[in-house]
Ligand binder design. Structure first.
Ligand code: NDP
Length: 236
């Protein structure tokens, strides 16, 4: 198994993205993280990029290519929530979440796919969410962006599958990060009761699935949605 491939993880300064970057570093990959603020973990190259800005993504990926070499694996992880019920949701609440979570994946994957096509090898891994297919009251913007990633990965699989490139979706359930820490305690307790595993997961439990999808062992898996949710979505 090759372990020195070049990987870019968006939003690698904290949360799930940081855990993914740490796993890739531990496995010997050359790892770059994009961050708007802060730094990636030890052993990574941090480049600045807001994923809503195509020019910033282009500049960041060019810097990675110059410093580490052609990008072979991209993990579109950067994401945000702006929860509210439909009738209270503004145009901006909807657009900003979709532009970050779905549009961000479009920008980074489009940029990364150029090198992958040249190399005739690539791994695209999109971090979705259990709510993309399960639905969630108060998250029409977020759930729409996350289910959009499924159509994205499946269309990409049909476009680029013959060129040695796979595209898969990882759909985490509730993971202990800043994003879920922001939920009220009683909401967290209610969620825990609905998860068959009876607990939230650590970011590292998502990271292990992502590094496996990037490995040669997963070469024949594409267009899949892999839940990491303690049974919450039951495979959707
Ligand atoms: P965090 O809130 O801890 O981190 C979000 C990351 O995304 C940060 O690195 C943040 O950068 C980055 N980011 C947000 N907006 C942008 C942007 N416009 N451009 C570049 N980077 C951006 O979230 P998690 O680690 O919990 O979530 C990571 C991914 O996993 C997200 O896509 C999320 O939707 C998904 N997910 C999380 C779940 C959970 O339970 N935590 C469950 C299911 C899915 P910065 O620090 O600079 O803001």
């Amino acid at each position: 198994m090759s372990t020195d491939r070049v990987v870019v993880v968006t939003g690698g300064n904290r949360g799930i993205g940081r855990a993914i970057a740490e796993r890739f570093v531990a496995a010997g990959y050359r790892v770059a993280v994009t961050a708007r603020s802060g730094e990636g973990p030890d052993g990574t190259l941090t480049v600045r990029a807001d994923v809503t800005d195509a020019a910033a993504v282009d500049a960041a990926f060019t810097e990675v290519e110059q410093k580490l070499g052609p990008i072979e694996i991209v993990v579109a992880n950067a994401g945000v929530t702006k929860d509210t019920l439909l009738l209270r949701m503004s145009e901006d609440d909807f657009d900003s979440v979709v532009s970050t979570n779905l549009g961000g994946a479009f920008r980074v994957v489009k940029r990364a796919s150029k090198g992958m096509l040249r190399a005739r090898w690539g791994r695209v891994i999109l971090i979705s969410s259990v709510v993309g297919l399960y639905g969630s009251a108060g998250q029409i913007n977020y759930a729409s962006s996350k289910s959009g990633l499924v159509g994205f990965a499946r269309s990409l699989t049909r476009e680029l599958g013959a060129r040695g490139i796979t595209a898969n979706v990882v759909a985490p359930g509730f993971i202990e990060t800043d994003m879920t820490a922001a939920l009220p305690e009683d909401t967290q307790a209610e969620y825990r009761r609905s998860i068959p595993a009876g607990r939230f997961a650590t970011p590292d439990e998502v990271a292990g699935v992502v590094t496996w999808l990037a490995s040669d062992d997963a070469a024949y898996i594409s267009g899949a949605v892999i839940p990491v949710d303690g049974g919450l979505g039951m495979g959707h």
